[in-house]
Every structure is written in structure tokens, then in C-alpha cells.
Design a protein around this ligand. Structure first.
Ligand SMILES: Nc1ncnc2c1ncn2[C@@H]1O[C@H](COP(=O)(O)OP(=O)(O)OP(=O)(O)O)[C@@H](O)[C@H]1O
Ligand SMILES: [Mg+2]
Length: 260
């Protein structure tokens, strides 16, 4: 993946997990915004998590709020005139129609996309959704050391990884990459070592970047006052909030993986 490479099809990436409330939509948004606004990639987001459509609805809320707020209007004017492109599109879709809709969307667009990020439903109860998972190029999975998270995420990662290893030619998916999310400063290192070893033995390497548990990940920034922003579909994270979030490290690690 390189910014606006004319010759390649966009990469399909999903930040996904079976576990509800683990950070799919938050990280899909943050990675999209960082790549698009900070790193020069052209990004599109397919919001396939119907009926929540949380990213699509966040964009709508932000767009409405910005209309009424001169601080953010000015910020947008300055930012987008320098950026020289628009916000990334967020396309709402039914889960089982995501692939087809992405294809149609891309064929109608004039400019080239480098990456399409999919927010997929955690419940894979339908053949087309299974197919959508295996039609991604890469999956990135937020995990935590909580037992309940491990119990639902491990079997998912194992079965996906088996399918990749046995690939019988009908799978596009290249690899699956778990990363630690919601890491508390007091948590025991031994627990991480234990799980990392166990997961590595299954042939699945855990990413190096660990995302701390932090309120900046837990709050949608409303574009109403004049605060720093972190989670937004219209702006990249502001530097003071980016610092210590490890989001930048996560995105750089993702770029390294997909360029390998
Ligand atoms: N590192 C973190 N620190 C603190 N809170 C976090 C962190 N990561 C995610 N969260 C919070 O966890 C909650 C769930 O995140 P999110 O909505 O992205 O999950 P999801 O996997 O999309 O959930 P769903 O299954 O409902 O679609 C949100 O309130 C989010 O802000
Ligand atoms: Mg979600």
C-alpha cells in the first residue's frame, strides 16, 4: 500500500472481532482518520454493522455539529485547504451486501482509493458475511486479557487462521493480526507473556503495539466546544491527545504489515 498508487486495487482491511464492544468501530474510525488525514492515503469506509451504523451516524452527528460551531468551521477551513482533499466517504451497507456495495461504490468513483476499511458485524451467522471476512486482505483484532474476551476471540482467530493456512485458492485473506487493547498500567506482564506465548504457538503473532486503556478512546469528541479532538471522522487526532495513545504506532505497524 502506498499513498494514491494508481496501479493497484485498494487494500481491504477490517478491524474486527466476535466480541462485542471491543473497539471495532472506534479503531476503524481512528485508523481511517489517521491514514487519510495524517498519512496521505485515500481511504473509504464501508460501515456494514447494520443496524448500528455507528461510524456512519458519527459522521452525520459531526457534520450537524460543525454547522453550528464557528471554532470547528474555521479549523476545517484551514485544515482542508491545506490537505487538498475531502473527508473520506463512509458508505452504510447491510452486512451481507458490503462486498458488492464496495465494488459498486469504487466503480462509480473518479479517484483512486488506497484502502477500504470495513466495519463488519461481530456475529458471523450468514454465508455472505463469512465470505466478506475472507475477502479482506488483512484482519486486525483488538484483544484484551479478560477471560471472557479470550474465550470468544481465541476460537475465532484459530478458525480464521486455519482457513488461511489451508487456503484452497478461494480465500483472499492473507493474515490475521491481534493487538492488545485497553491495557491497564497496573496489569501483570505475566498475563500478557502467557497469552502471547499461547497465541504464538498457534502460529498467530501478536502485534507489538499495545493500546492503553484511556478515556480518550472512550469518548466521542463532540464538535461543539473548542476542545482537542481524538476520535473524529472529520479531523485527525490532535497532537496532545495522540501523544501516549499509541494510535500512531499502531497505524505505522499496520502499514509495515501490509507493505510486507
Ligand atoms: N483503549 C481503550 N480505552 C478505553 N476505552 C476504549 C478503548 N478501546 C475501546 N474503548 C471503548 O469501548 C467501547 C466499545 O468500542 P466500540 O464501539 O468501538 O466497540 P465495537 O467492537 O464496535 O462494539 P459493537 O460490538 O457494539 O459494534 C467504546 O465506548 C470505546 O470508546
Ligand atoms: Mg461497533
Amino acid at each position: 500500500m502506498s499513498p494514491t498508487n494508481q496501479n493497484r486495487k485498494p487494500l481491504y482491511i477490517a478491524i474486527c472481532t466476535q466480541k462485542g464492544g471491543a473497539g471495532k468501530s472506534v479503531f476503524t474510525t481512528l485508523v481511517a482518520s489517521y491514514l487519510h488525514y495524517q498519512r496521505g492515503y485515500n481511504v473509504a469506509v464501508m460501515d456494514c454493522d447494520y443496524p448500528q451504523w455507528s461510524i456512519y451516524k458519527m459522521r452525520q452527528r459531526e457534520a450537524e455539529q460543525i454547522e453550528r460551531n464557528s471554532f470547528y468551521q474555521n479549523k476545517a477551513e484551514v485544515f482542508f485547504s491545506k490537505l487538498n482533499k475531502l473527508t473520506y466517504p463512509i458508505v452504510p451497507s447491510q452486512p451481507e451486501a458490503g462486498l458488492q456495495q464496495a465494488k459498486e461504490f469504487l466503480s462509480q468513483e473518479k479517484h483512486i482509493y488506497d484502502v477500504v476499511l470495513f466495519d463488519l458485524p461481530g456475529t458471523v451467522n450468514n454465508e455472505s458475511v463469512v465470505q466478506t471476512y475472507f475477502s479482506m486482505d488483512y484482519l486486525f483484532v483488538p484483544i484484551t486479557t479478560s477471560r471472557i474476551n479470550m474465550e470468544s476471540t481465541l476460537p475465532f482467530m484459530i478458525s480464521v487462521n486455519e482457513m488461511i493456512t489451508m487456503n484452497q485458492g478461494n480465500i483472499k485473506l492473507r493474515s490475521i493480526h491481534p493487538f492488545w487493547n485497553m491495557v491497564a498500567s497496573k496489569e501483570k506482564q505475566e498475563l500478557y507473556d502467557y497469552y502471547e506465548k499461547a497465541i504464538l504457538e498457534l502460529g498467530i503473532p501478536i502485534m507489538q503495539t499495545r493500546i492503553p486503556k484511556s478515556v480518550r478512546y472512550d469518548r466521542e469528541q463532540s464538535i461543539e466546544g473548542n476542545d482537542y479532538l481524538f476520535l473524529s471522522t472529520i479531523f485527525p487526532p490532535d497532537k496532545p491527545l495522540l501523544k501516549g495513545s499509541n494510535l500512531d504506532l499502531l497505524v505505522e505497524e499496520i502499514i509495515t504489515i501490509v507493505n510486507n
